[in-house]
Structures are given as structure tokens and as C-alpha cells.
Design a protein around this ligand. Structure first.
Ligand code: 5AD
Ligand code: SF4
Length: 425
């Protein structure tokens, strides 16, 4: 979502005449888009700001801004800790960037971390019309009402809000006109999407996917991130019957221990999660599952951790993202008795070696099979092209006479560390 938000922010400033640069010493404005989910990400903002402020010495007109969830959570504290910061903008107010930028040019420091009434997406509607890379993100839902005991999202992103269907369809059509073939629908709780159709009817994510299925030129649909409790029958069914919906599902479970799940306020059990995956695989047998895991959550014992490893064994993940529990200010679990760091480190390492092994086995099992690849860019070697399979595996083809944005059948001949190599069928 931060990638998507960064694009929109660059576009908002684009209307003020800004163009993007990759060189900080070229920049008139450096805007850090930040993440508050774990302490490490949040602290990195300050070390990065310390490094970036030196560019002000050679360019006194340079403005430095902080956007995103660290801005939302820490607000004015950021300017206090790093006085070189001119602008702080929360994720719900970035459509106000042009006005804020103008104020910084008058030498003012500006801060906006409100949750305004107006729709920021509507305010940012006039996107530039240039060609786009073939795979794009599209935010359909923001915020979360679930309040998992470890998570800052309900506080930084606020309550669940779904965008109206027609605006999503219009944005998708616009993306397709500009060369996009694959859209990943985004939301912190995307499968809880509950938008309104142009006739006033209630929409679910499944219904929205079926409308997007009818958009000519759009070839692939994905969505992330989902909560197990919002995987409805019709959404599972769509995985079986909507050919544009890709066989890949990110479905975080966090832990395999029911005791820990309860303390996390997850409102599902490991068994209900496993049963759900069984139903999803019945609808779409080749679906590749990915998940998120937290180790070292308060009161996690070796036995609880073992239950997580057992669950991972049972599910067999194509990808998994695992994190050491990070106490976040204002969340209920931060107040509890913490697991020793050495123990959490050890568990993280054990969990990661299990999922790395699973990932590798799944990648190796792809050798000999034929996948459809959407080509996204030239590879590192001359003549090589790189794209993604239905299962989101990176696939390289050597001497590929194929344009970016095309989809072709590729036979996998080799599994490398982070990608697959193939030849055209
Ligand atoms: N500590 C560690 N990991 C966290 N996540 C969310 N909050 C925390 C935290 N306080 C992880 C969860 C979530 C992913 C986006 O980040 O696994 O699914
Ligand atoms: Fe955070 Fe996801 Fe739980 Fe919402 S459902 S509180 S975003 S982990």
C-alpha cells in the first residue's frame, strides 16, 4: 500500500510541477513514506532523516517531509526529534500535499494528521496519462476494525472504509488504457471490502472481482491482505471459477497456537484456519498460499511455537513472511510480559528455515511444468526478460523475443534461489 500511496503522492506534487528523481542531491523535496508496523521500520525513519538532512547544506531550498503511518502516529514528535523536517502528513491527508508544500515554500513548518471527511482518492483523480508498467496496485479499502492485540493499523489507518465500486472500475479502466494487464486490489483488510455499487447496492470483494473480470484488457486480478474470518463462500468460489483471479492467496494466520491466537484477539483458531484452507484448495487445488507469522508474542511458550511450526508443516506455504513480535505503543499486547529476545530470535530462525525449505521445494516442484508469465521488464542478462507466473514466482526467459506486457506460456527448466528459469512453449 505504501508503494501505491507513494505513487499518488508523487502525482499530487506532479500537479505542482515536481518530477521524480532518484538522486537526493537533485531533489527540491524529499518525502519519506513510512511504516509504523514494527519498531525497526519506525526507527529507521529517524536514521534516514539524519542522513538526508545533510543535503540541506548544499541545497538550502530543499524541503524534507515525512508521510505515512509514522507521521500519523508520531506527528509533531518527528519535528522535535529531527528539526530539519518541514512537513509531516498522515496517510489520510496526502491529497492536501500541494497546499502544504506551498506553505513550506513560505518557510513554514506544516503538519496534517487528520482523518478528513473528503475523499482523498477523488481529490487526486487527475492522474497523469503516461504508460504504466503492466502490473499495478489499486487501493479499494483502507483501515481495519479488527484490533489484533499487537497491531497499530486500526490506530494509524483508522476504521475500515471501502471505496465506491464505480470509482474502482474507472481507475482500473484507466490503468488498462495505460498498459496495465494485472491489478492487485489493496486493503489492510481487503476481503472485508463492502462498497456501494452505482445503483446503491451493497458490494462484496467477490462481487467487485466479478465486475473487474468484465474489464476488457485486464488479464489478471489479485488481492491482498485478507483476514481468515472474511474469506466468504462466494470469494472462495470465485477462486475456483473466475479465470482472471490468480491462484495465489496471502492469508495471514500469525500463530498456530489457539492460546496465542486468543491472546492476539484473532477470533479464529488454528483448526478453523486449516479447514478454511482445505475449502479454498477444494475450489482451486493449485492455489499457492502465503502467510504472515509473529514469533515471541507475549506468553508464547515452546509448545505454542511448536504448534505454529506444525501448522506451517500442514499448510505448506509458497511464501511466508515472519516477524519477531515488536511491542507497539498504545496496543494492548505491549503492556504484557515479553518473551526473552534470545528466545524470540531462536524461534524466528527456526521458523524461517522451515518456510525457506517449503518455498524451495515448491519452486523446485515447478520444474517441468508450464506456467503463464506476464512479462514485466528486461532481466539482468542481455536479451533476457523477466515476469511473474500465476503463482507470483519470478520467471526469467533467455533470448526472449517478447514485449513488456505480453503474456506467454513458459516451460520451467530450472529453479534458482529466488526465481525460476524457463523457455517459451
Ligand atoms: N510485531 C511484529 N509483527 C507485526 N505485524 C503486525 N504488527 C506486528 C508487531 N507489532 C505483522 C503481522 C501482519 C504483518 C503485516 O505484520 O504478521 O500480518
Ligand atoms: Fe492489524 Fe491485520 Fe489484525 Fe487489522 S486484521 S489489526 S491490520 S493484523
Amino acid at each position: 500500500m505504501n508503494v501505491y500511496d507513494s505513487e499518488r503522492m508523487a502525482e499530487a506534487l506532479g500537479s505542482e510541477g515536481y518530477i521524480e528523481t532518484t538522486k537526493p542531491d537533485d531533489a527540491d523535496m524529499i518525502l519519506l513514506n513510512t511504516c509504523h508496523i514494527r519498531e525497526k521500520a519506525a526507527e529507521k525513519v529517524y536514521s534516514e532523516l539524519g542522513r538526508l538532512k545533510s543535503f540541506k547544506a548544499s541545497n538550502p531550498d530543499l524541503k524534507i517531509g515525512v508521510a505515512g503511518c509514522v507521521a500519523q502516529a508520531e506527528g509533531a514528535e518527528i519535528m522535535r526529534r529531527q528539526p530539519a523536517v518541514d512537513l509531516v502528513v498522515g496517510p489520510q491527508s496526502y491529497h492536501r500535499l500541494p497546499d502544504m508544500e506551498a506553505k513550506t515554500r513560505k518557510g513554514k513548518k506544516v503538519l496534517d494528521t487528520e482523518f478528513p471527511e473528503e475523499d482523498k482518492f477523488e481529490k487526486l483523480k487527475s492522474r497523469p496519462k503516461g504508460r504504466r508498467a503492466p502490473a499495478a496496485f489499486l487501493t479499494v479499502q483502507e483501515g481495519c476494525d479488527k484490533f489484533c492485540a499487537f497491531c497499530v493499523v486500526p490506530y494509524t489507518r483508522g476504521a475500515e472504509v471501502s471505496r465506491p465500486v464505480q470509482r474502482i472500475i474507472d481507475e482500473a479502466r484507466d490503468l488498462v488504457e495505460r498498459g496495465v494487464r494485472e491489478i492487485t486490489l489493496l486493503g489492510q483488510n481487503v476481503n472485508a471490502y463492502h462498497g456501494t455499487g452505482s445503483d446503491g447496492s451493497d458490494y462484496t470483494l467477490a462481487k467487485l472481482i466479478w465486475d473487474l473480470d468484465k474489464v476488457d484488457g485486464l488479464e489478471r486480478i489479485r488481492f491482498t491482505t485478507s483476514h481468515p474470518n472474511d474469506m466468504t463462500d462466494e470469494l472462495i468460489e470465485a477462486h475456483g471459477s473466475c479465470s482472471k483471479l490468480m491462484p495465489y492467496l496471502h492469508l495471514p494466520v500469525q500463530s498456530g497456537s489457539d492460546k496465542i491466537l486468543k491472546r492476539m484477539n484473532r477470533s479464529h483458531t488454528s483448526d478453523s484456519y486449516l479447514k478454511l484452507i482445505e475449502r479454498i484448495r477444494r475450489a482451486r487445488p493449485d492455489i499457492l498460499m502465503s502467510g504472515d507469522f509473529i514469533v515471541g508474542f507475549p506468553e508464547e511458550t515452546e509448545e505454542d511455537f511448536q504448534a505454529t511450526l506444525d501448522l506451517i508443516e500442514e499448510v505448506n506455504y509458497g511464501y511466508a513472511y515472519s516477524f519477531k513480535y515488536s511491542p507497539r505503543p498504545g496496543t494492548p499486547a505491549a503492556e504484557r510480559q515479553q518473551v526473552e529476545i534470545a528466545q524470540a530470535n531462536d524461534r524466528l530462525q527456526r521458523l524461517q528455515s522451515l518456510v525457506t525449505h517449503q518455498q524451495k521445494e515448491i519452486q523446485e516442484s515447478m520444474v517441468g511444468s508450464t506456467v503463464k508469465v506476464l512479462f514485466e521488464k528486461p532481466g539482468r542478462e542481455l536479451g533476457q526478460m523477466m515476469g511473474k507466473s500465476e503463482y507470483l514466482h519470478a520467471v526469467h526467459v533467455a533470448d526472449a523475443q517478447i514485449a513488456v506486457g505480453e503474456i506467454a506460456e513458459v516451460k520451467i527448466v530450472e529453479a534458482r534461489t529466488n526465481s525460476l528459469a524457463g523457455v517459451f512453449v
